[in-house]
Write a protein that binds this ligand. Sequence first.
Ligand code: NAD
Length: 328
Amino acid sequence: MKLLVTGGAGFIGSNFIHFMRREHPSYELINVDLLTYAGNLDNLIGVQDSTRYRFVAADIAEQSAMEPLFREGVDAVINFAAESHVDRSIKDPGIFVRTNISGTQTLLDLARKYKVQKFLQISTDEVYGTLGVEGLFSENSPLAPNSPYSASKAGADLLVRAYHETFRLPINITRCSNNYGPYQFPEKLIPLMINHALANKPLPVYGDGLNVRDWLYVEDHCSAIDLVLHHGRDGEVYNVGGNNERTNLHVVRTILSELGRPEALITYVEDRLGHDRRYAIDAGKIRDELGWNPKFDYESGIRKTIQWYLDNSTWMERIATGAYRQHE
Ligand code: NAD
C-alpha cells in the first residue's frame, strides 16, 4: 500500500509513521507537512533514510502542491495535518479555518478526483463539546464544539461526511480523546508540566484543575487508526478513548511525584476561555466491530512517557532553543 500521511512531522503523525514502519514495513509512506512551529523532523529520526519513506514540505491547503502527490497514485490518505492547540485558536482562529477546514476540503477534492481507496480523517472528541459529571460521548452524540479549534475540526468532519454522502468517497473519521506520549510539542499539558517540573519552575494549572480528560497513550491511538484504515466500514465514525479519565490536577500530581518534585510548584492560573469541563469516550463501537483494545492504562502510559522525556532531553532542548526548525 502507498499511504499519504499529512502532518506526519507532528506529535501523533510521527508516532503513526514509526508505528507503520514497524507493523507494515512493506508500505510506502509519503509524509506531507508544512513544518509549522508544531512540525519537527527530529521526530522522524530513524525512518528518514528508509527508501519506502519520503518527506514533502507543503501546505495541504495548496491544491497545486498536493495534486502531483495524488497524481503519482496513493491508496489512502490519513489526514493528521491541523492546527491543534486550543489556546492558539482563541488568539487567532483564522489559521484554524484555513488549515483544518479548507485544507481538508482540498484533500477531499483530490482524493475524489484520483479515486483513493480510503480517506481517513483524524478528528477529536472535542467536536462533541463538554460533558457533565455523568455520561460518555458516543458516535451519535451531537456535535457541539466550544472552541474555534474544535469548531474547525467539526467543520472538517462534516465536509468529510458530506463527500461520502454526495460523492460516495470511501471515508472514515476517528474521534479520539487526549493523546500523550513521545514527541508531543511542549505546549501541551503533559510535556509542558514535565518540562516545568524538571526545571523546578511553577506548574501553571488552569482554573481549579478539575477538568477531566480521558487519556489515550499515542501508540494505542496508532493501533486504532491502523485497524480503521484496513477494516473500517466506509462512511463510519469511530470513537477512540483510553478509558482513563483523570483530572488535570491528578495528572500534574503524578508527574511531580514521579519526578520527586514538591506539590508546592503547582500554581493555579486564570481559566481558559470556554474551557470544556469533561470529555469521556465510549469506545464500544471500535472495540466490538474491529476488536480494538488499548494496551496501556494511565499508570503504565504516564510512566513510559515521563521516562521518554527524561531519556530524550536533547529533543526537548532543541525545541527550547529553536534548533529543531533548522532543517535543510
Ligand atoms: P500537532 O500540532 O503536533 O501536529 C500537526 C502537524 O500538522 C504539524 O507537524 C504541522 O506542521 C502540520 N501542519 C499544520 N498545518 C499544516 C498545513 N497547512 N499543511 C501541512 N501540514 C500542516 O498535532 P497532533 O497532536 O499530532 O494532532 C494530529 C491530529 O490529531 C490533528 O488533526 C488533531 O486535531 C488530532 N487530535 C489530536 C489530539 C491530541 O491529543 N494531540 C486529540 C484528538 C485529536
